[in-house]
Design a protein around this ligand. Structure first.
Ligand code: SGN
Ligand code: CA
Length: 529
């Protein structure tokens, strides 16, 4: 029994992480010069909350640094914009109907993930953080040298992981009482990398943050500072009062509105906010927190608020905490970059920053994801690797989450498994996009109803426009980006668009055939097939 490894897993806190490290010397001596890969993914971090993507609401200096020193991608899209299916798509390089994970169901441990492919190709493989593709039994042990995963969503405070026991007797819990998840995962991932650097293999490590997922609990470091920000610093998005005129029914019936579906306590923490001595100012009025008969602040809307004021308060409170969570993520990215530099491996490590899907940041009066709209379909994606990528470069190709695995396998110089449906974009990263790169992307979301009362849809997204079919409702939407970048005008019935829509319907049919979407999960619900 190797006591160092056991301590790593089952000791408590910092002591458990006292792994010897070599770093720079190792990399110089290593025979294997294939690139290392550190894949950093957050949960629900929309691109428009990253300053390198032009955020109007925050600054992310470390993520921006990755963009300045690497490549920023404008059109990386999620083939099924919800957590578990997106993750399954990333792990398998396949669409939901081929990897068996269209909703919040478990991935089969029979399926070899990208971790397994990389490991067979001679990489050290590690996975840390949010898995959310089922419990520990859904993880294929053979795929990973080291894995530590959260249960379901994980928790912001006192995080803990499932991990294999060193005695081979199933899995155990590794706990970090008193720690904040975003800081903790940084520390744990560094320990995994320390272990990776002991060997003579390149590494492939996936670091999956919990943040900034609902219900947005910031660290002590940033909580108060972000709560002092007002609508001047966090301005309302232009589409926040969208009335959905002319649109199909799903956006009108969804349960993810700032007005009616934010919880005043759990999400907005209104009592806490007002008890901290704050007021809310909007359109010339000042609102005080509501109190009970004993004078204690309660989790309820201040008196005298109309819908506009409620939407604005809901937005402000949501964004203060969401952005504070993002700030810790940005710190974590900075720390990981510094770590790689200190170990002498920053030039030959491909670092990716992405999120499992996008998110509504009050856009169209909403939060959450699941729609085929730009805010939610787009994944932020930034890649830094001085040995591979020219600094300050921009990529505008239509790329999908199912392309990640084939790309990593390409970097490992291993053959692409036949079942994978995505394409490697290694050439695109080198600045040489293949001339036949895709011009249209097929996406599908399966849940009709569910927690946020959404609608099932499939559709196609091109560089210039988008056609969406809500197949359980028989409704369509067509958006043309040039005339309507904010997707406010559904032009499905506009005769001027008829030819293009007919063409896109043919494209959808062809893509469904190409990828073998036979509607096998058409009757699934939010949690089961
Ligand atoms: C939880 C959240 C939802 C969220 C899903 C999926 N509710 O159920 O708002 O859409 O996760 O998120 S909460 O009451 O727990 O806050 S996902 O990132 O896992 O897809
Ligand atoms: Ca998510």
């Amino acid at each position: 029994m190797n006591t160092t490894r056991r301590q790593f897993l089952f000791g408590a806190g910092a002591a458990a992480l006292a792994m010897p490290s070599v770093g720079a010397e190792f990399m110089r001596l290593a025979k294997d010069r294939r690139l290392n890969i550190l894949f950093i993914m957050t949960d629900d971090h929309a691109a428009h909350a990253i300053s390198a993507y032009g955020s109007r609401v925050n600054k992310t200096p470390n993520i921006d640094r990755m963009a300045a020193e690497g490549m920023i991608f404008s059109d990386v899209m999620c083939t099924n914009p919800i957590c578990t299916p997106s993750r399954a798509g990333i792990l398998t390089g396949r669409y939901s109907h081929r990897n068996g994970v269209p909703v919040f169901n478990s991935i089969s441990p029979e399926i070899e993930t990208v971790g397994g492919c990389m490991r067979r190709a001679g990489y050290y493989t590690g996975f840390v953080g949010k898995w959310h593709c089922g419990g520990p039994a859904s993880i294929r042990n053979a795929d990973w040298d080291r894995w530590l995963v959260y249960e379901n969503q994980g928790q912001y405070f006192d995080p803990w992981f499932w991990a294999p026991r060193e005695d081979g007797e199933g899995v155990g819990k590794v706990r970090y009482p008193g720690e904040y998840a975003t800081e903790n995962i940084t520390k744990v991932t560094k320990a995994v990398l320390d272990e990776a650097l002991l060997g003579d293999k390149p590494f492939f490590v996936m670091m999956h943050h919990k943040a900034p997922h609902r219900n947005w609990l910031p660290s002590e470091k940033y909580r108060a500072a972000f709560r002092s920000l007002t609508l001047k610093e966090i301005p309302l998005p232009p589409t926040i009062f969208d009335r959905y005129e002319g649109r199909a029914s799903p956006i009108k019936t969804t349960a993810m509105t700032l007005l009616r579906h934010m919880r005043p306590g759990l999400d907005l923490k209104l009592a806490e906010f007002f008890a901290e001595g704050r007021v809310f100012e909007f359109e010339g009025r000042i609102y005080q927190g509501r109190r009970d008969e004993q004078g204690r602040f309660v989790d309820d809307w201040p008196e005298g608020m109309d819908d506009r004021a409620r939407i604005a308060l809901s937005y402000l409170r949501y964004m203060q905490d969401y952005l504070a969570c993002v700030q810790s993520v940005d710190d974590s990215v900075g720390e990981m970059l510094e770590y790689l530099k200190a170990k002498g491996v920053d030039r030959n490590t491909l670092v990716i920053y992405t999120s499992d899907q996008g998110f509504f940041l009050g856009d169209h009066g909403l939060y959450d994801k699941r729609f085929m709209m730009e805010e939610t379909l787009r994944m932020p994606f930034i890649a830094r690797c001085p040995a591979l990528i020219a600094p300050g470069s921009v990529n505008r190709d239509l790329i999908a989450n199912i392309d990640f695995a084939p790309t990593f396998i390409d970097i490992a110089q291993a053959p692409r498994p036949a079942e994978m449906q995505g394409e490697s974009f290694l050439d695109n990263m080198k600045g040489a996009t293949p001339p036949d790169w895709r011009q249209s992307l097929y996406c599908r979301y399966y849940v009709e109803g569910g927690e946020h009362a959404t609608a099932a849809w499939y559709g196609v997204r091109t560089k210039t426009d988008k056609l969406i079919f809500y197949y359980k409702r028989g409704e369509w939407e067509y958006f043309d980006f040039a005339s309507d970048p904010e997707e406010l005008r559904n032009r499905y019935s506009d005769p001027a668009c008829a030819d293009r829509i007919a063409e896109l319907k043919r494209v959808i049919a062809a893509l469904r055939q190409k990828y073998g979407d036979d509607d096998r999960y058409i009757n699934c619900t939010e949690y089961s097939l």
